[in-house]
Design a protein around this ligand. Structure first.
Ligand code: 5RP
Length: 232
């Protein structure tokens, strides 16, 4: 897969991803994130694999799995490897101060959260446009929901104050996650209490998982025009 694209932030994403790839050491169990920043990281790990570095990996999406396989990277499952040494993933927003995240604009939030939850170290790689004072400033909260009864689920999300839109794919069809579910993008505006919001969202029957990642981040590698910064 080519990681060269029209994204003007691509070079910064690549720099953050390369820095994180350097944290992967011989024998580790590695969580492979999803999205364009993670794709740079997987590409770099593929290069290192070709140079003889040996590790195994659990991917957070079918897309990342396919990319890893194309490099020959050894993929394993939780059945044999329940604990991940390091999980490296992108994010859509990082809240300065708390390092809480919004993830899932790429649609992989459910598997991404399962992998992050199993990781000793969860490293987030972003360019500096993703850093915000409050989550919800630039992007909605993606919420993965069951297809059955989704309009009722959407109504309950609206009752919490969200403007809800059903995610569509590029062809205009309903977006389908790797788990076969749909995503409702919930625009709450800037979120004052993301911990409380996550709790409320979890209460809604039909909600499978949300893109709010609270208290999970170990470290954020931020690429800026002036170089790399580490938060956390
Ligand atoms: C996918 C994600 C991605 O990590 C997030 O969307 C960031 O993507 P990109 O690196 O392409 O900006 O959460 O579900």
């Amino acid at each position: 897969m080519s990681t060269h694209n029209a994204d003007p932030r691509a070079e910064l994403k690549r720099q953050a991803a390369l820095e994180a790839a350097d944290m992967v050491k011989e024998g580790m169990v590695v969580g492979l994130g999803s999205g364009s920043t993670s794709a740079f990281m997987i590409e770099e790990l593929g290069r290192r694999w070709a140079d003889g570095l040996r590790f195994c990996a659990i991917p957070t999406s079918e897309h990342s799995a396919e990319q890893a396989r194309s490099h020959g990277i050894r993929l394993v499952t939780f059945a044999t490897h329940p604990q991940i040494d390091i999980d490296i993933d992108g994010a859509d927003e990082v809240e300065r101060g708390t390092l809480n995240l919004i993830k899932g604009l790429g649609g992989a939030l459910f598997r991404e959260k399962i992998v992050a939850a199993a990781a000793r170290k969860f490293v987030v790689v972003v360019d500096d446009s993703k850093i915000v004072d409050r989550l919800g400033t630039r992007v909605p909260v993606p919420v993965e929901v069951a297809n059955f009864g989704w309009t009722n689920t959407a109504r309950q999300l609206e009752a919490l104050g969200a403007r809800v839109s059903q995610r569509l794919d590029r062809g205009g069809n309903v977006f389908v996650t790797d788990g076969g579910n749909m995503i409702l993008d919930c625009n709450f505006g800037p979120i004052a209490d993301s911990v409380g919001l996550q709790r409320q969202l979890e209460q809604i029957v039909g909600v499978i998982e949300t893109g709010l990642f609270i208290g999970r981040t170990s470290e954020v590698i931020v690429a800026t025009a002036d170089g790399l910064q580490r938060l956390g």
